[in-house]
Design a protein around this ligand. Structure first.
Ligand SMILES: C[S@@+](CC[C@H](N)C(=O)[O-])C[C@H]1O[C@@H](n2cnc3c(N)ncnc32)[C@H](O)[C@@H]1O
Length: 343
């Protein structure tokens, strides 16, 4: 008799291990487990999370599974979609099964995967989305974005891309706020951690250009996003201002000579606490740190939520608001910006 499901096997082409680790390990947060010794020579890699085991096996004449797929239960489909979208994987959402929100995505090899939001969380989100506070939040965001002046057409193209691909950019109101702070302190050296395809970078580059010139570091770990950013920022006339670095942002900041006038942080939220000492070292006294997603769509005050990203934001907030080295406010534009002045 069958007593349970041990694992699901998916195929991948030869040499795909690094891509598999990036997608299943880092993005889906499934730790890699060691393959048994006799199977190692075949290549591939295995991942296991709570009650889930996925084996990626090498298939010489690989063909992606476009229809057959594993379906993973997830606690927070919105957060996962944002993380995947930011890494260039677009998730198609549907509501065709009652009480369940589902998302479909293709892994880097073209295999289809499904994610299902647990029904309680889904129900709660549906209720949140239809109550007054949900409407109020949407209306407030639209109102604030509407106050931002006319933008160059290239910047508008970047906004349209985010809308179409569900890519989490800071948006016009936060962008304008970043621009304003950078102008107010006369920033000429800006370092960005987690730059996406350069939308937030564009706002800082506009400010630095107006401040008389300088440099803005665009740092992200996806090669594709660096390429996209180069095109957009070049079209906006920032070739002489922007320094591009592809890789892990906190490590790159550690290796880059400071001091900076302004540092902007928008990396994966679980990485926030460890970024603080490096930022503190590289920012000049009187410099400003801006860090995004500090409201995290309300998850920060949801006592039932203890996922790694939410805990990362809570821990970062606790450290910076209790440190004597910073004067800090949380500005509730969009998903919340912490703006902190280094004493
Ligand atoms: C939220 S998006 C950035 C959006 C961008 N700030 C904007 O508003 O236009 C974050 C990006 O940083 C990348 N990222 C996350 N953690 C990172 C890290 N530690 N180092 C480098 N890139 C990272 C993500 O994969 C994603 O492409």
């Amino acid at each position: 008799m069958i007593v349970g499901l041990d694992h699901v096997q998916l195929a991948m082409p030869p040499g795909g291990e690094d891509e598999a680790r990036e997608f299943y390990g880092r993005l889906l947060n499934l730790p890699e487990i060691e393959k048994p010794e006799p199977l190692k020579a075949r290549g591939g890699c295995w991942f296991a999370g709570d009650g889930v085991q996925i084996h990626l096996g090498v298939q010489q004449d690989f063909v992606p599974a476009k229809k057959a797929h594993p379906a993973f239960l997830v606690a927070d489909l919105d957060a996962l979609c944002q993380k995947l979208a930011a890494a260039g994987f677009s998730v198609k959402l549907d509501y065709m099964v009652p009480d369940r929100q589902r998302g479909h995505v293709h892994d880097p090899f073209g295999n289809r995967l499904e994610f299902i939001q647990d029904s309680d969380g889904f129900q709660q989100r549906m209720e949140e989305g239809t109550d007054m506070s949900g409407d109020f939040r949407t209306e407030l965001r639209e109102y604030l974005d509407g106050l931002v002046g006319e933008r160059p057409s290239e910047l508008q193209k970047m906004e349209a891309y985010a809308q179409e691909h569900n890519f989490p950019i800071v948006g016009p109101a936060s962008g304008q706020y970043c621009y304003q702070v950078a102008r107010m302190i006369g920033a000429q050296r800006v370092f960005e951690l987690g730059s996406g395809y350069g939308y937030s970078t564009a706002w800082f580059a506009r400010a630095v250009q107006k401040n008389g010139g300088g440099e803005v570091y665009h740092v992200v770990w996806e090669e594709k996003l660096t390429r996209m950013a180069r095109q957009h920022l070049s079209a906006l006339g920032f070739d002489d201002l922007v320094q591009y670095r592809t890789g892990e942002a906190v490590g790159i900041l550690r290796q880059t000579a400071g001091p900076f006038d302004l540092i902007f942080n928008d990396i994966d939220k679980e990485g926030y606490p460890d970024s603080l000492p490096v930022i503190e070292e590289k920012l000049r006294p009187g410099g400003v740190l801006i860090i995004d997603n500090m409201i995290w769509n309300g998850r920060v005050w949801d006592d039932n939520n203890h996922d790694e990203a939410t805990e990362g934001i809570r821990e970062f907030t606790r450290r910076i608001t209790t440190s004597p080295n910073w004067i800090t406010s949380l500005v509730p534009i969009r998903d919340g910006l912490i703006v902190a002045y280094k004493v």
